[in-house]
Design a protein around this ligand. Structure first.
Ligand code: ATR
Length: 275
């Protein structure tokens, strides 16, 4: 039997657990398909999209740093992908058009927002750390929840300013001012790569935070970043990125197979064993 082919493109990719997740579900739902890693340079994006057009590949996920770079090669950019200018799921539709979707927004909503036990969330002052590939999806999801005050801070100011052009309602806090302004913040969302396994960590101290602060880290490897450990010690509510990761994959799987795969302890255990 010919197996359908799916993959994730990005660079670097070695850390990605998307193959583990999708191959587990392909097996569970008896779909003859295989999901692999395709680490590529920017100039190879067009070739990969052509493979979708000619059905050599049935679908791809896109991760850093190409979520925006793929857009010029697509025939259609759907809903949240259009709003955020960030695409992480691509496939061919029934009209033979290459379509880009964004499932990070859904992942963030299901994996974080809906799990928080924060009261009257619209009133929260939320600080997003980082202005990289996933930040627009986080901002869009927060705005859809009608959160009134969204702040962003990024080491490279220009990138925060670029995001503000897309979402003029956000306010910028300069990277050096984060510690001075942290005491008013109700929720922090780390979308930077600071805290990743083997990587650098924050230089900020985050000393004067509210006692009912909620800290969310988009990182899931390690499951407890330095920041999560530090905040947990101070009895602050923390969340890692594992649920967001699983929910964005769930929606990608649904877009490709019209099956909503179950997220349960079994799949969580399978992922955890790989970390
Ligand atoms: P990209 O920026 O290529 O989309 P990303 O992984 O989505 O990649 O984003 C990386 C994020 O982590 C960025 O916000 C980046 O900040 P810069 O825009 O200043 O590069 C942030 N980041 C990575 N390493 C960092 C470090 N050592 N200190 C502070 N921020 C860092």
């Amino acid at each position: 039997m010919i197996k359908k082919k799916y993959a994730i493109i990005g660079k670097p990719l070695s850390h990605s657990l998307s193959p583990t997740l999708h191959n587990f579900w392909f097996q569970k739902y008896k779909i003859a398909a295989n999901y692999s890693l395709i680490e590529i340079e920017l100039n190879k994006i067009e070739d990969i999209i052509k493979k979708i057009k000619n059905k050599e590949l049935q679908g791809i996920n896109v991760t850093v740093p190409y979520k925006q770079a793929v857009i010029p090669f697509l025939d259609v950019v759907e809903n949240e992908a259009k709003e955020t200018q960030s695409v992480n799921t691509i496939n061919l539709n029934y009209e033979g058009k290459v379509v880009g979707n964004n499932t990070d927004v859904y992942g963030f909503e299901q994996g974080f927002i809906n799990k928080l036990n924060a009261s009257s969330i619209e009133e929260n002052k939320v600080l997003i750390l980082g202005a990289g590939g996933v930040s627009p999806s986080v901002i869009y999801a927060l705005a859809r929840k009608r959160i009134k005050q969204i702040f962003i801070s990024n080491r490279t100011l220009r990138k925060a300013e670029d995001i503000k052009k897309k979402f003029p309602f956000i306010e910028i806090i300069e990277w050096e001012d984060v510690d001075a302004k942290i005491e008013n913040i109700d929720m922090i969302i780390n979308t930077t790569s600071l805290g990743l396994k083997g990587g650098a960590n924050f230089k900020q101290e985050f000393h004067k935070t509210k006692s009912n602060l909620v800290y969310c880290d988009v990182i899931y490897n390690p499951t407890e970043t330095m920041m999560i450990k530090k905040f947990k010690k101070n009895k602050i509510q923390t969340h890692n990125g594992l649920e967001m990761f699983m929910y964005q994959a769930q929606k990608s799987f649904y877009l490709w197979n019209a099956i909503k795969p179950e997220i349960n302890k079994e799949i969580e255990k399978t992922i955890m064993m790989k970390l």
